[in-house]
Each structure stands twice: as structure tokens, then as C-alpha cells.
Design a protein around this ligand. Structure first.
Ligand code: ATP
Ligand code: MG
Length: 253
């Protein structure tokens, strides 16, 4: 490959220590995301998926291995990336627009400018008319979209999304997947997306990495060659089922 990867994790191993206890979580995990690519990490609960994202964001230093962003070694150095942690972390005492505007305000943009910028984005995120609502007054899907909007307003074209739809009901989740694909089509960010849903991984991704049970290791890497734009009709196609079988097998081993 000639192109420099947007993100590359090279042979990452990681251990957590809790008092005397030592827990090996990742062993020699390698993955990459090319510019504009949508890549998913699929693995069982506890396999180290969230740990992978924390390491990619530089919030956690691996025991060994390297993290590269745009060809630069940034291992263990916190990066300005669009990282959305597993729990949507909207501040309950701030309104939706104040929550969404945090990255803008943190980078020194004036309140007025930040508000205007957020307001412009609200229709796209299905949040028009809700700028002054507090998180508890929003539905689960709206909270996730607000958190995604905030992530999107971080000035970086790499997004690290940790199971952003896991807490939603099936129908809302499916709508959010289509909506995310639309947003991604507009903005063409590079995305590393964590999920434990096989269907979600296939539906969204250009490529899927399957990680084994803890300690997480690379199981397989599968290209998903389904045409884009995608819609839910592909879920019943033979190609979709073909990928599904491969991923189910990889997860079962
Ligand atoms: N700060 C921590 N200190 C000690 N152990 C931790 C810490 N964070 C995570 N772990 C342990 O590391 C393992 C992997 O955790 P991680 O959150 O990366 O898994 P995951 O694949 O994201 O799981 P899930 O699908 O449930 O979100 C788990 O066994 C967890 O208990
Ligand atoms: Mg997790």
C-alpha cells in the first residue's frame, strides 16, 4: 500500500494491574484504518475493544507495540481525535447545544460562533428545535446523536466510536446506522468503530477485524465488498449472509 494509513496499531499488547492482580487484555493486536475508510472491530465482551480505542486515542500507553497517526508515532500521547467513549458522556447540567459545543468552546471559539455552528448542524443530526433541552429531556437516540455531533465537532478527521448504538432498541439502532452512514458519506472521516453486533459491523464497514476472547488477539480481517450507498435490503442478500457466516465462525473459534 502506498497511501499512509490514517491510523495504524502495530502489535499492541496491554495489561491492566489491579492491586496484585495482573490482567493481560491485548496480545499483539495490529490493525489499520486508511483515509476515509470505515473499519470495525468486532469481538466478545471483555476482549479488549474499548482498550484498543483508548490506546488509539493515546489515553492509555500499551506495554508494547506502536500507534501511528498519519505516519507519526504517537504511542501513549493523547491525540486530538474524535473519540466517543462507550457511555455517552453528556453533562446533565448542560443543555444539548452546550454539550455539543464543548470542543468548539475548548478551542477558543466564541460562544456566539459556537452556538451558530452547532445550530447549523442540528437538522443533520435530527436535533433541530432541541438546542435548549437538557440530556434527560432527550430520547436515547437523540442523546447518542448529540454525543456524535460533539464528536464530529472535534477538529480531527479520525473518529473512534465505541459501541455508540449498543444501548438503543433494535429499530432505533437500525435507523441510527443508516443515519451514521449518511453522515459518514457527507464528511468522509476515517472511522474505527467498535461493536459486538455482527450485522452492524458488516452493514457499516469497509473492513472488519475480529478479535478473540481475552486476551484479545487478531482472529481475522475481512474486507466487506458490498456496494455503497447501502440500505437494509442488503441484509437478506447472499453476499451479506456470506460475510455473516465468516464472522460467526471467526467469533466461535
Ligand atoms: N481500568 C481498568 N483496570 C483494570 N481492568 C480493566 C480496566 N479497564 C478494563 N479492564 C479489564 O480489561 C478487560 C477488557 O476490557 P474492555 O473494556 O477493553 O473490553 P471490551 O471488549 O470493550 O468489552 P465490552 O464489549 O463489554 O465493552 C476486561 O476484563 C476489563 O475488566
Ligand atoms: Mg467496551
Amino acid at each position: 500500500m502506498n497511501e499512509i494509513e490514517k491510523l495504524k496499531l502495530e502489535k499492541i499488547s496491554s495489561t491492566y494491574y489491579s492491586g496484585e492482580k495482573r490482567l493481560s487484555v491485548l496480545e499483539n493486536v495490529s490493525l489499520h484504518v486508511c483515509p476515509g475508510e470505515f473499519v470495525s472491530v468486532l469481538g466478545p465482551s471483555g476482549s479488549g475493544k474499548s482498550t484498543i480505542l483508548k490506546i488509539a486515542a493515546g489515553l492509555l500507553k500499551p506495554d508494547s507495540g506502536k500507534v501511528w497517526i498519519d505516519g507519526e508515532n504517537v504511542t501513549g500521547l493523547p491525540q486530538l481525535v474524535g473519540y466517543m467513549p462507550q457511555q455517552d458522556l453528556l453533562f446533565p447540567w448542560k443543555t444539548m447545544w452546550q454539550n455539543a459545543a464543548l470542543p468548539l468552546l475548548a478551542s477558543g471559539v466564541s460562544k456566539k460562533e459556537a452556538f451558530d455552528h452547532v445550530a447549523e448542524m442540528l437538522p443533520l443530526f435530527g436535533l433541530k428545535g432541541f438546542a435548549d433541552y437538557y440530556p434527560y429531556q432527550l430520547s436515547g437516540g437523540m442523546r447518542q446523536r448529540a454525543a456524535l455531533l460533539r464528536t464530529m465537532l472535534i477538529d480531527s478527521n479520525l473518529m473512534l466510536l465505541d459501541e455508540p448504538f449498543a444501548a438503543l432498541d433494535a429499530l432505533t439502532r437500525e435507523q441510527m446506522q443508516d443515519w451514521l452512514l449518511g453522515i459518514w458519506g457527507n464528511f468522509r472521516r476515517s472511522v474505527l468503530f467498535v461493536t459486538h453486533s455482527i450485522d452492524e459491523a458488516i452493514y457499516l464497514s469497509d473492513r472488519v477485524y475480529v478479535i478473540t476472547e481475552r486476551p484479545g488477539k487478531n482472529a481475522i480481517e475481512q474486507n466487506i465488498e458490498l456496494e455503497r450507498p447501502r440500505n437494509k435490503r442488503i441484509l437478506t442478500t447472499r453476499d451479506f449472509t456470506f460475510y455473516k457466516k465468516i464472522l460467526i465462525n471467526a467469533l466461535a473459534n
